[in-house]
Structures are given as C-alpha cells and as structure tokens.
Design a protein around this ligand. Structure first.
Ligand SMILES: CC(C)(COP(=O)(O)OP(=O)(O)OC[C@H]1O[C@@H](n2cnc3c(N)ncnc32)[C@H](O)[C@@H]1OP(=O)(O)O)[C@@H](O)C(=O)NCCC(=O)NCCS
Length: 303
C-alpha cells in the first residue's frame, strides 16, 4: 500500500537518501538539500509531497512558486521516485496534487527545475530520460535549453594583480565587497538584475563575502559572486557589469578573483551555471560547455 502525505522534517534524511539513490548524475549532501528546501524563498511543506511504502519514503516532489517580472509561475523544484517503484504512477499522483494547488494559486504556467533565485539544475538533464518522458506525458512542452559550463581551476593561478593595477590608473577600483557595500550593491542590481538578489544574499553569508565589486570614481559599477547557490559545489555567479563599463576588462578581473578564491578554498573545478555569454567565459577562463538541460513549461488554464 502506498500512501501520500505532505513532507515533514523527520523525513529529511529519508528524502536525502531517496534523492541520492535516484539521481545517477548528481549527489546531494545534507547542507545542499537544506539549501534547496528550507532556504528557498517560497519553501512550503504543504507544496512538498512524499509517497510512502511501509513508512519508507519512496517518492518525493517539491513545489515552489515565483513571481518573475509580474508572471506567476509554479515549479517542480525536485522530484524522484525510488527505482524499484517506478512506472507505477507515483510521480503522476504527486504531480496531480501539486498541479491542483498551483492552479488554485493562479499560477500561469508550471516549469521543471529551472527555478530562478535558488535552483539545483536549470532544467532537466536529458540523460534523466524517464524525467523527460514523464514531463511530456504530464503535458509539458519543451521551450528551450540551458547550459552549465565548467572551468578547470588547476589550469592557471587566476592572478589578476597586473590588470587590477591598470584599472586603478583609469580610476576603477576593484575590491572584495563588505557589508558596507551591500545597500549600494542591491540598489545597483535593482533595475535589471533583481532576480539575483537572493544569490547575493547567500554569497554575503560568509565572514568574507564571496563577492567582488568594481567602483569607477567611487560609484559601484560591476560585481561578481560565487557560492550564491548550491553552496559547497564550486558554483560561480552571478556577475554583472554596467553598460558604461563594459569592454574594459572589469568582468575579466572580477571573474578571476572569484575563481582564485574558489581554487584556494580547495575546488579543482568551477561550475558556471545557466550561461548566456558563452564566449566571455570561453575566452577568459577556457570554460567549456558541460551539462545541457532541457526546459519545459505547461500553461495552466486559470478560471
Ligand atoms: C522521473 C521519475 C520521477 C518518474 O517517476 P515515476 O513514478 O516512475 O513516474 P510515473 O509512473 O508517474 O510515470 C508517468 C508517465 O511518465 C512516463 N514515464 C515515466 N518513466 C518513463 C520511462 N522510464 N520511459 C518512458 N516513459 C516514462 C510514462 O508516460 C508514464 O506513464 P505510463 O507508465 O502510464 O506509460 C522517475 O523516473 C525518477 O525518479 N527518475 C530519476 C530522478 C529524476 O530524473 N528526477 C528529475 C531529474 S531532472
């Protein structure tokens, strides 16, 4: 007999074990799963469903919501069914419950895994082929791809000191962000990059914030961060340079400072996730396209 119920905290370890048994291309640690669940800005155990067999968790589906530039979107953030219990309609049952809840919340559409602010992967890695089949059966349509790039941190020392000195001559100062810079940094991203605030909050959690900034004539004009998501996995980003300052090598220097920190912290490679400017990372960091993800959406008909 399989029963279905909402997630409660005592099941955390079982959910962690289930995810690790189910996802052949990924692994979860306790802090990582806590970040994905409890640190999500819309974490809600009522939108998080489990299937149990003889008191063991054999199915899991976490739902979250976002308001993305005025659009209300619902997401399957994580899902897994134990290999021995697949093709028995378990994920379908969990999805039916979640979809009903998210429809009642007037979500315009549902997506899978590509959750801005706090996400594990920016879509379905198609090597999880049953997940692709499941998404299509549930009525999702493929809308595009997302990629993660990978940087070999051992390939160079990421020394940016000469470039920093050159930029200084042009009145551009590069430094690690402190709490005193936080208000101005959040003000800076508020126009175009509001969706990155959560990741910068995460990067600010450390005694030495995992963020570097550039100021031109005293005004904050660029930043780069790491450890803003999937902490402990060598996750770079976000980064952004004001239009006025592009093309002067500022992004290059900020990127190198982050990669250098990551290397000193013991990482041998860095992930540059959900990349748009492929050529930038390829050129400066010899980053290569690594994982590819398929993005899916299902429009909801709201009354
Ligand atoms: C994806 C996953 C959650 C599906 O769980 P499930 O309980 O087996 O799914 P269901 O039994 O509800 O499947 C519903 C439908 O999805 C499709 N489907 C699911 N698995 C499939 C497979 N291996 N091959 C083809 N179609 C499949 C079928 O249409 C199925 O309906 P049917 O059995 O009546 O034909 C499960 O395969 C899993 O845990 N995979 C590993 C983890 C994972 O990939 N997570 C997502 C990473 S992005």
């Amino acid at each position: 007999m399989i029963s279905v119920q909402n997630y409660t905290d005592p099941y955390f370890q079982q959910v962690l074990d289930l995810l690790n048994q189910s996802k052949s291309f990924d692994s979860f640690t306790e802090p990582l799963l806590k970040e994905k669940m409890y640190d999500d800005p819309t974490w809600n155990p009522e939108h998080t469903w489990m299937a149990l067999h003889k008191s063991k968790v054999i199915g899991f589906m976490q739902g979250v919501t976002r308001n993305i530039r005025g659009s209300k979107l619902g997401y399957i953030k994580l899902m897994a069914v134990h290999p021995e219990f697949r093709r028995q309609g378990i994920a379908s049952r969990l999805f039916e419950l979640l979809e009903k809840q998210l429809s009642e919340l007037q979500m315009e559409a549902l997506r899978i895994y590509d959750v801005p602010l706090n996400y594990f992967m920016p879509g379905i890695d198609p090597r999880y082929t049953p997940a692709v089949c499941f998404a299509e059966k549930m009525g999702f349509k493929k809308t595009g791809d997302a990629i993660n790039m990978q940087v070999d941190l051992m390939a160079t020392d990421w020394d940016a000191s000469e470039k920093i000195a050159e930029l200084k001559k042009a009145s551009i100062e590069i430094k690690r962000a402190t709490l005193n810079d936080k208000e101005e940094l959040f003000d800076f991203i508020s126009e175009d990059w509001m969706l990155w605030q959560n990741e910068l909050e995460m990067a600010y959690r450390f005694a030495q914030p995992a963020i570097f900034i550039a100021r031109q004539n005293g005004r904050l004009k660029a930043f780069a961060a790491y450890e803003g998501n999937n902490q402990g996995t060598g996750w770079f980003g976000p980064m952004g340079t004001h239009r006025d300052l592009r093309g002067k090598g500022v992004g290059n220097v900020l990127l190198y400072l982050c990669l250098s920190d990551m290397k000193h912290q013991g990482h041998t490679s860095a992930t540059i996730p959900w990349v748009a400017p492929i050529a930038f990372y390829s050129h400066y960091a010899n980053a290569v396209i690594d994982r590819v993800f398929w993005r899916y959406e299902k429009k909801l008909k709201n009354e």
